[in-house]
Design a protein around this ligand. Structure first.
Ligand code: ADP
Ligand code: MG
Length: 775
């Protein structure tokens, strides 16, 4: 014991010497003067005193004031300086992978070190850390998984939970656990960091924990709304839509819940609002439907800034990868402003593997204008200092969950006033800026003050699974302790679903399958599909389809060449009656084309997105790593061993069924046509983009699907025609049917009558299957 004490002292001394020597380097000195100018620097002493005196602390400060890069660093320096380095282990959580990496890299360079020395990061499947690492940035998900092995976080001295104002599900979940843990860990320090929104809420949740506010400074940012932008750019909004009133009526019919914006928009007297504008602007505004972003408008706003405004980077907020890549293409295609070498156009998106730090953060070469196309990731977690112009589309992709109809969707929706304020602020870091909002003032006025927390608007099955794997007791009573507890119906649905797919047993405890799925940081359905793919030796197809489900499908739907695109997709589907097989075949053909260097032309001819296909390929590799971590795949043996039946489409469809269940509908012949029925909502339709749309006769009686969405009617997105045997073997648990002549599937998805011997055989096969999962 005494030798270990001596070792520790020696290690602490080493850390201090190292810190002091690195600090003296010229580059670290230059960084030091940058750091001292940040608003966070001014609260350094107060902050450190408060950390010493309080178990929980809430910090609020304007984005960019130095919370993330400075506060954990202050603690680190202080601990090392006072020879407590050996015992110190600081963790700072980030909601997104990309910010965990970028912040860790920044701090390492501020300290004159390499990444992975005293400062490191860990995200799913990727880490840069060492025995020397004292400050670790990780995603909130990584910390949640660490809690499985280390429920009291005994190895952690300081925990900083960042970006809590975003109210992400993982963060809301984590703080429930932490509040329960704190009394057992009186030495643990918890610091919650938030933008200047709602800090009180968190302080109250932790028994009135003290709040430190970091006063910030930003330059004023002028604000233009759509009406002004149209005047300036003389752009005429693309009016695929008829007049404004017609489209807004249609929108109202389509929307699932009543949309307050639609209603307010209906009430606006357009003429009196806009009579000060020219006729063409007024026409454009009236044609503006508000359902889809007009990328031409974004482009001409960029063009306007480049032609008429001064220097400074442009930051464009878009809703997702889709819009970012379209705009990238458009800018390239149009040989923007006649000279593309004058522009540095950079995408910034959460699912990008890494950010190119230098390009994003550094000033561009002189005479070049930096244009960053970003999602809401640039709203608060990543700060680009030299932004002077913000173009804001006003939307972000948001999941929503309709517990009554068990419908989940991920759709662009209006951001909150708080987010709009954040986005605008990004333009005033170094000088006064301008924010171009591509939506009318009426929309802005109607935006909700804050966004609904994620826990209240997403399906809860992954969360429930986490609660179970962390052994936090009964799900419902645990979630009742949340900052804003979710709808009990949503909780009940999630538990029911987990029982239906065999992850929880009747007692709400994890089954062997459930225990495997807990270790996979994936949606339980996708995880199950992968495990079944391993067991039934069609892992290749399972990986591909799971990647498309977890990310997105690779088919693009150009509006003006829709028929050709449909035909291309159908040719991949061949006679499989399956969108999933179509994307599988398309992916495999792309891999072949890539091997012979023809992939670009191939994508172009077949209406496929090369970026999505590449992303899917990367995800497949990530999935393989995950499966090898839990011992389902031995990477050394290669994938061949797990793919003997990869070409057997019947087998692949069965595995699909295992993964997608209980997303099942029944195909019923009605005269010359087929009608489709779902257990929850009755009659449904096949989405027009599906290869199964317009087909009147199907060879098999059931269909599994990835998603059901409600617009004008309830549509089934991607679907695959499957047999009743696939459902019997790979669907939900079987019970003797009430009528006594056969079996039925738990939840009433299927009734199957057959002779006793056949039913016994099926039950035995199911028993064998369960055994396979119990390893
Ligand atoms: P906050 O967390 O309060 O939003 P940060 O600590 O992230 O603020 O950032 C503080 C300052 O450091 C900002 O001005 C930002 O531009 C700068 N900064 C952060 N990361 C980087 C980086 N990777 N490269 C260059 N500057 C950075
Ligand atoms: Mg931050």
């Amino acid at each position: 014991d005494s030798t270990s004490k001596v070792d520790k002292q020696r290690f602490s001394a080493q850390l201090r010497d190292l810190q002091n020597s690195k600090k003296a380097s010229p580059s670290a000195r230059a960084m030091q003067s940058f750091r001292e100018k940040l608003p966070a620097y001014r609260v350094k002493d107060d902050f450190l005193k408060a950390v010493a005196a309080n178990q929980v602390l809430v910090i609020s400060g304007e984005t960019g004031c130095g919370k993330t890069t400075q506060l954990p660093q202050f603690i680190l320096e202080e601990e090392i300086e006072n020879l407590r380095g050996a015992d110190c282990s600081i963790i700072c959580t980030q909601p997104r992978r990309i910010s965990a990496i970028s912040v860790a890299a920044r701090i390492a360079s501020e300290r004159g070190e390499n990444l992975g020395e005293t400062v490191g990061y860990q995200i799913r499947l990727e880490a840069k850390r060492s025995a020397q690492t004292r400050l670790l940035f990780c995603t909130t998900g990584v910390l949640l998984r660490r809690l499985v092995q280390e429920p009291d976080l005994s190895g952690v001295s300081h925990l900083l939970v960042d970006e809590i104002h975003e109210r992400g599900m993982n963060e809301d979940f984590l703080i429930i656990i932490l509040r329960d843990l704190l009394p057992q860990r009186p030495d643990l320090r918890l610091i919650l960091m938030s933008a200047t929104i709602n800090a009180d809420l968190f302080s109250k949740y932790f028994g009135n924990a003290p709040i430190i506010h970091i006063p910030g400074f930003t330059f004023p940012v002028a604000e233009l709304f759509l009406e002004d932008v149209l005047e300036k750019t003389r752009y005429k909004i693309n009016s695929e839509f008829d007049d404004y009133r017609g489209s807004s009526r249609r929108r109202r019919q389509q929307s699932t819940k009543s949309d307050p914006l639609t209603e307010i928009f209906e009430d606006v007297d357009i003429d009196s609002q806009y009579k000060s504008y020219s006729t063409s602007t007024r026409q454009s505004l009236e044609a503006w439907s508000g359902t889809q972003l007009d990328l031409g408008l974004v482009e001409s706003t960029i063009e306007h800034i480049c032609r008429h405004e001064g220097d400074g980077a442009i930051l464009v907020f878009l809703t997702g990868w889709d819009e970012i890549s379209k705009l990238l293409d458009k800018i390239k295609e149009n040989n923007f402003l006649g000279n593309s070498s004058k522009f540095l156009v950079l995408p910034l998106h959460g699912s990008m593997p890494t950010v190119n730090q230098r390009e994003i953060f550094d000033r561009p070469p002189s005479n070049m204008r930096k244009i960053v196309l970003a999602t809401n990731i640039a709203e608060s977690s990543i700060t680009i200092d030299d932004v002077v112009y913000v173009i804001d589309c006003g939307k972000a992709k948001e999941t929503s969950y309709d517990a009554l109809n068990k419908l989940a969707c991920l759709l662009p929706s209006w951001i909150s006033k708080a987010s709009a304020h954040q986005r605008r602020g990004r333009a005033g870091r170094v000088q006064p800026g301008v924010c171009y909002r591509l939506y009318p003032k009426v929309i802005h006025d109607a935006m909700p003050q804050y966004q609904l927390p994620e826990i209240l608007r997403t399906p809860l099955q992954e969360l429930c699974l986490n609660i179970k794997s962390l052994q936090l007791g009964a799900v419902a009573s645990f979630l009742a302790k949340a900052l804003q507890p979710p709808d009990p119906l949503a909780v009940k649905n999630a538990i029911e679903l987990l029982k239906t797919i065999g992850v929880l047993d009747d007692m709400e405890e994890l089954t062997p399958l459930g225990r495997h799925l807990c270790t996979l940081p994936l949606d339980p359905n996708i995880g199950k599909m992968l495990l079944m793919g391993c067991i039934f030796q069609c892992l290749g197809p399972a990986l591909t389809i799971a990647a498309a489900l977890a990310h997105r499908d690779p088919f693009v739907l150009p509006i003006n060449r829709k028929e050709e695109a449909d035909a291309a997709k159908r040719s991949f589907a061949d006679d499989s009656y399956s969108d999933h097989i179509a994307l599988l075949k398309a992916f495999e053909a792309w891999k072949d084309a890539k091997r012979s260097g023809r992939d670009r032309a191939f994508c172009w001819q077949n209406f496929l997105s090369p970026i999505t296909l590449q992303m899917m390929d990367d995800m497949r590799n990530q999935f393989i790593d995950l499966l090898s971590d839990i011992g389902f795949v031995n990477k050394a043996r290669g994938l061949k061993d797990y793919n003997h039946y990869g070409n057997d489409l019947e087998m692949v469809c069965a595995v699909l069924c295992a993964g997608l269940y209980p997303n099942v509908i029944q195909c019923k012949r009605r005269g010359k046509r087929t009608a489709f029925y779902s257990k929850e909502v009755g009659k449904v339709d096949i989405h027009p983009s599906s290869v199964n749309a317009g087909v009147h006769e199907f060879p098999l009686p059931y269909m599994v699907y990835s998603e059901k969405v409600k617009t004008a009617s309830i549509y089934i997105r991607d679907s695959t025609n499957i047999s009743d045997y696939a459902l019997l073997l790979f669907g939900g648990a079987l019970i003797p049917s009430k009528t006594g002549d056969g079996i039925e599937m738990l939840g009433g998805y299927l009734h199957f009558s057959a002779p006793k011997s056949v039913i016994q055989l099926i039950q035995r096969l199911r028993g064998e299957l369960d055994k396979l999962l119990q390893r």
